[in-house]
Design a protein around this ligand. Structure first.
Ligand SMILES: [Zn+2]
Length: 233
């Protein structure tokens, strides 16, 4: 069987989304990529998590063609493919309909950075795509969802926000691995919930300063990061 360890990691990332309460029934999907092999490992479509095993994970190429697997891949595979093409350094993608992040996506509102929890992970507001057009929905819907995300990040000019809200839909997150993508999905949901509470308490709440945002993001990410233990990841 191809890519046994990646299959196990992708399975574990999918189960993590369930354990953290981000996924109902078979909603949601996580994938990982082997850049060396140019192959993607993704959750199968519509299989119950309780019975999912590494051999159920579907292996595809970067055109979304099945290379190994009996089952159909998640229908969101074309969105994952576009993200892997757009962000050459990422190793995993996670998609959920977690309630608070999805509420922001449905409202068509970016999540402002109201505090350092957000700033530790995302270097800017979590952006929201424009709504898809009728044509984009009618043909190649899942691929066009990915392209809408890619165009948004082309405009933003950043690779320091590993999450996006698709308008009227839900979040997609990514990271260096499938596990990191799932982790970011969990953090995004927490950040989205806190931002909602912040506005509920004080409708006029304002984002933290750029200085505080930069301090928290940059001490954990990039070349001058100093948060955590030396020699640990
Ligand atoms: Zn979805």
């Amino acid at each position: 069987m191809l890519l046994q360890s990646l299959r196990e990691e992708v399975l574990e990332a999918n189960l993590e989304l369930v354990r953290r309460g981000l996924v109902l029934y078979t909603f949601g999907n996580a994938s990982g990529i082997s850049r060396r092999d140019r192959l993607i490992a993704i959750k199968p479509s519509g299989v119950a998590y309780e019975t999912m095993a590494p051999e159920h994970i579907v292996i595809t190429d970067l055109d979304g063609r099945i290379v190994e697997g009996e089952l159909r891949p998640s229908s969101d595979l074309p969105t994952h493919v576009e993200l892997y093409k757009r962000f050459p350094n990422i190793g995993g993608v996670a998609h959920t309909h977690s309630e608070y992040a999805t509420a922001w996506a449905q409202a068509g509102r970016p999540i402002p950075c109201f505090g350092t929890t957000h700033a530790d992970y995302f270097h800017g507001p979590v952006p929201v795509t424009p709504r898809l057009t009728s044509d984009e929905i009618a043909t190649d819907y899942e691929r066009n969802t990915g392209l809408a995300i890619c165009h948004l990040f082309d405009q933003l000019g950043t690779d320091e926000i590993s999450a996006v809200l698709v308008a009227g839909h839900a979040p997609f997150c990514w990271g260096p691995s499938a596990a990191a993508a799932a982790h970011n999905a969990v953090i995004l949901e927490s950040v989205a919930r806190m931002a909602y509470y912040t506005i509920a308490i004080a409708a006029g709440a304002v984002p933290i300063s750029a200085e505080l945002h930069d301090k928290h993001f940059l001490r954990k990410h990039g070349k001058d990061a100093y948060y955590g233990q030396v020699n640990s990841k």
